[in-house]
Design a protein around this ligand. Structure first.
Ligand code: ATP
Ligand code: FE
Length: 372
């Protein structure tokens, strides 16, 4: 079994070829760092153009690196949601074009399910049910995974995701955004005192598993403003030693509280999950922010404290990639969940069935019953 995976839901154009047994044959990612740095976020129209420019090359390189041709593939997996419609469309269009020409089945993949399931490629012993924390630029999800396509959502963010808070804070601190705000902030935080700035931990009065990062983001901005450091026109590279230390302290203090918030909600989620499924052995942490070493260390402590094993994919499988799409495609394909190849006369301008907003399973809150 050989699966091509295509991902274009956000700002990375990615493709990969993965074998049925989980062997990664190739992995290609083209990011829009320059656009992100210039525009301070993802502008849908520009992101779409960048995907359109990159997609053919990225897919071709994935096939070449894997040393296979389209004829060798068993099927094509592609992200159909959630994400920006304009962007999703580029990947789905490419996938259907290949599937049409080479008579291949198609698997439509849920981007967040893929972030969760790539952990099963990494750790072959990882069986359902398991608990997963998915932390990225657009999502902050705690889910109980009962089986393929079967998830119960224990918590989500009521405003921003943690990755968004990292990105904005990094920008306000004048950090170099070229390799992403998250990694830059993590790096700077190493030089700072995590107790220097007293940020308050979000949502302590809410005894649930939801998250909130908008308030913490605002606290960071106020901390910067009240210290009179003009981070807008002075990038960190030209800051004085004292100024740099202040910024590092803010970064470290932000990171401490941002992750403490994760820890508190995860501890409660573990308790909820074990009540529903006492057989759970694994705690999966994935999504772009899971590539952060401080995050990994602290969530590993939560896992150990509760007798669970942490499974955190290697960083390049945590951030957006084609491997997770191909692997999730493999899981669904084996389970018989795929679409037949597109009709030979399918028009190029067809309206595809995209799912820009696509919840990952039913919501659950303690006290309310679970319906699956
Ligand atoms: P989503 O998965 O919600 O659709 P996305 O696909 O854009 O969003 P990912 O690629 O999964 O997101 O993750 C990107 C996010 O991860 C960004 O917000 C980025 O700042 C963050 N991130 C990446 N590395 C780190 C790090 N070392 N520390 C903190 N955050 C990080
Ligand atoms: Fe993602």
């Amino acid at each position: 079994l050989l699966m091509l995976g295509i991902e274009t839901s956000c700002d990375d154009t990615a493709a990969a070829v993965v074998r049925g047994d989980g062997e990664i044959l190739s992995q290609v990612v083209s990011s829009q760092e320059d656009l992100l740095v210039r525009w301070g976020g993802v502008a849908p129209k520009m992101a779409e153009e960048a995907h359109s420019l990159a997609i053919d090359q990225v897919v071709q390189k994935a096939l070449d690196d894997a040393n296979v041709s389209e004829n060798d593939l068993s099927a094509v997996a592609v992200t159909v949601g959630p994400g920006l419609s304009l962007c999703l469309r580029v990947g789905v269009h490419k996938a259907r074009k290949i599937a049409k020409s080479f008579r291949l089945p198609i698997v439509g993949v849920h981007h967040m399910e893929a972030h969760a399931l790539v952990s099963r490629l990494v750790n072959k012993d990882l069986d359902f049910p398991f608990l997963a924390l998915l932390i990225s630029g657009g999502h902050n999800l705690l889910v109980l995974a009962h089986g393929l396509g079967q998830y119960v959502q224990l918590g989500t963010t009521i405003d921003d995701a943690i990755g968004e808070a990292y990105d904005k804070s990094a920008r306000w601190l004048g950090l170099d955004m070229r390799k992403g705000g998250g990694p830059a902030l993590e790096q700077l935080a190493l030089e700072g005192d995590p107790n220097a700035v007293k940020f308050s931990v979000p949502m302590r009065q809410h005894k649930d598993c939801n998250f909130s990062y908008a308030g913490l983001k605002t606290q960071v901005r106020l901390a910067i403003e009240s210290r009179n450091i003009s981070t807008d026109d002075v990038p960190i590279s030209s800051a004085t030693k004292d100024d740099r230390q202040i910024r590092a302290n803010i970064a470290a203090s932000f990171q401490r509280v941002a992750v403490l918030h994760l820890e508190e909600r995860c501890q409660r989620a573990v308790e909820w999950a074990l009540k529903m499924e006492p057989s759970i052995k694994y705690f999966v942490v994935s999504g772009g922010v899971a590539s952060n070493q401080y995050v990994r260390t602290h969530l590993n402590q939560i896992a150990e404290k509760n007798g669970l094993q942490l499974v955190c994919p290697p960083p390049r499988l945590c951030t957006d990639n084609g491997v997770m799409i191909a692997w999730t495609g493999i899981e669904h394909f084996i389970a018989g969940r795929f679409d037949e190849p597109p009709a030979v006369d399918e028009p190029d301008d067809m309206q595809y069935d995209l799912r820009p907003r696509w919840p990952l399973g039913e919501e659950y809150s303690e006290g309310r019953s679970v319906s699956r």
